[in-house]
Design a protein around this ligand. Structure first.
Ligand code: AMP
Length: 283
């Protein structure tokens, strides 16, 4: 396994792989790798000949009050896992490499897709992600890129960005990797105390309960949803959102209709830890 820290190095490595006729898949991450990330790498192997993983905690997607400083960084363990997963190259740029110094004159605006879910709660978050993924695509130039359904809004925004900016890359979405009790795996789960960790799967249980009721024919789930939110609050969660959104436009939907696809998404804080999860519904 190779590592690259500069743009020149990673470009040379990818060019070399491509010159050998290899299809290159790219898995961007912020490190602190867990089984969810590894499932992305495994899916990438099914669709390409060589895998590039990036590990970069992108300061542009953190608001000043958020956890950029304390975000888990476990680079030695990450490299070991990448090697075990037969990754060809790990790209580990620093912020000077990614953003350089000097005034910046460009940013990426996102309309509508950014208004609800995490976009509504975390101003600037998806602009920061769109910026870094745009740059990473230009730097790595992959044939395929893999993102997780765990961050469905991120996937949808990147899908649209690829389309509108003509990035020559095929996108794949990997299913959500979960712990045995249903909790979606996340690097931030390491922030949870043991009591919080025991409570955390309630989030997934609330989601699956609402999804089941919808599959059973409840087409206006708002009362059901607010009841679930009350129960979560009583357990100690601080709710951010729990709602059904159009899979395509990410606008909230009050009345569901057959033949459509939706995403039922939740975000809540447990102590200081923000947890998110979602289920895709086909009615
Ligand atoms: P992150 O390191 O959190 O920025 O995540 C890097 C990639 O892994 C993103 O595409 C995430 O959606 C994906 N990912 C994170 N957690 C999971 C999970 N539990 N299951 C599937 N994909 C995930």
């Amino acid at each position: 396994m190779k590592t690259a820290e500069s743009i020149q190095e990673i470009r040379e490595q990818v060019n070399h792989l491509k010159s050998e006729g290899k299809k290159v898949a790219f898995v961007p991450t912020m490190g602190a790798l867990h089984d969810g990330h590894l499932s992305l790498i495994r899916l990438a192997h099914k669709h390409a000949d060589a895998i590039v993983v990036s590990i970069y905690v992108n300061p542009e997607q953190f608001a000043p009050h958020e956890d950029f400083g304390t975000y888990p960084r476990t680079i030695e363990a990450d490299l070991k896992l990448c090697k075990e997963e037969n990754v060809a190259v790990v790209f580990m740029p620093d912020t000077e490499t990614m953003y350089g110094s000097g005034k910046k004159y460009f940013s990426i605006d996102i309309e509508e897709l950014n208004v609800h879910l995490d976009g509504g709660s975390r101003p600037g978050y998806f602009q920061g992600i769109a910026l870094v993924v745009n740059k990473l695509f230009n730097i790595v130039n992959p044939d395929v890129a893999v993102f997780g359904q765990k961050d469905y809004q991120q996937f949808r925004i990147i899908e649209q960005m690829v389309k509108e900016f003509n990035h020559p890359v095929e996108l794949l979405m990997a299913p959500i990797g979960r712990a045995e009790d249903g909790l979606a795996l996340s690097s931030r789960n390491s922030y949870l105390s043991s009591e919080e960790r025991a409570l955390a799967p309630s989030l997934y249980r609330a989601l699956t309960y609402v999804a089941q009721q919808i599959q059973n024919g409840v087409m206006e789930p708002s009362l059901l949803i607010s009841h679930q939110q009350d129960e979560l609050e009583a357990k100690g969660f601080e709710n951010d959102y729990l709602s059904v959104y159009s899979l395509d436009t990410l606008q909230p939907v009050d009345t569901l209709s057959p033949g459509n696809k939706y995403v039922l998404a939740i975000a809540a804080y447990l102590g200081k830890t923000r947890l998110i999860d979602n289920l895709i519904l086909e009615i």
